[in-house]
Design a protein around this ligand. Structure first.
Ligand SMILES: Nc1ncnc2c1ncn2[C@@H]1O[C@H](COP(=O)(O)OP(=O)(O)O)[C@@H](O)[C@H]1O
Ligand SMILES: [Mg+2]
Length: 235
């Protein structure tokens, strides 16, 4: 579904990604593990064309993504749910969700169905839909961020550290929801420092270190691995 072939990415003279090779097959839930600064968000920025890859190919099925504009990548179905949620705190929950529907604004019936699906997935948001997003708890804000991404109709959903800053119980719920989204058919690429919980729901994972993929495997092959332990922050 989504493949990276030898992708490098530079910020000015700083090379953040060195020849990244990875793939997420249709229906897979693939995790990117790595410490702060490893390059996880840069991988997502390259995929969503927020920063243009300096070398290599990124493809969604047969469509080349390098050189496209971010809006074109969104329309192709690669949807980036950014680190730190990036909501509009003064806008209502509903308006934040509907911002995700912008690429499909002409399909009002389709958006209504999607919105029902999002509220079905996140029932807590129903009674908060008219509240400013900034008034919600961290966990609820993360739900809005994921819901907004779903409104964009992802074929591949890029989730950047959705568990960051959430209480353990909320982290567990967030991972359960991600697993449900994946089981309903969406291919998911999930960046996490929360290695243990992420590996439990992953089909496969890659470990990122200093802008390189250093390991690939499933739960059994990666849990307990020294490089995976290094990928934990403070743990
Ligand atoms: N806009 C930027 N300009 C310069 N350097 C950046 C920028 N964004 C990230 N970096 C650097 O690129 C490296 C990878 O960062 P990032 O992809 O954000 O890692 P992660 O998401 O794994 O924490 C880090 O060394 C970071 O400091
Ligand atoms: Mg990051």
């Amino acid at each position: 579904m989504l493949t990276f072939n030898d992708v490098s990415l530079d910020y000015g003279s700083f090379r953040a990604l060195h020849g990244i090779n990875l793939r997420a097959d249709e229906g897979e839930l693939v995790v990117l593990l790595g410490a702060n600064g490893a390059g996880k968000s840069s991988i997502f920025r390259a995929a969503s064309a927020l920063t243009r890859a300096s070398a290599g190919r990124i493809r969604l099925k047969d469509v080349d993504l390098v050189g496209k504009r971010p809006a074109e990548v969104v329309r192709a179905g690669v949807i980036h749910c950014p680190e730190g949620r990036k909501l509009f705190p003064a806008l209502s929950v509903l308006k934040n969700l509907m911002l995700g529907a912008y690429p499909h604004r002409r399909d009002r019936a389709g958006n209504r169905t999607r919105l029902d699906d999002v509220f079905g997935l996140f029932p807590d948001l129903v009674k908060r839909k008219d509240d400013p997003a900034g008034a919600l708890s961290g966990g609820q804000q993360q739900m809005v961020a994921i819901g907004r991404a779903l409104m964009s109709r992802p074929r591949v959903l890029l989730l950047d550290e959705p568990s960051l800053g959430l209480a353990p119980l909320v982290v567990k719920q967030t991972f359960e929801v991600i697993q449900r989204i994946n089981r309903a058919g969406t291919t998911v690429l999930l960046a996490e420092q929360n290695a243990h919980a992420a590996l439990k729901i992953a089909h496969r994972a890659y470990v990122v270190e200093s802008g390189r993929i250093v390991l690939e495997g499933d739960y059994d092959s990666l849990a307990g691995n020294e490089a995976v332990r290094r990928a934990y922050v403070g743990g």
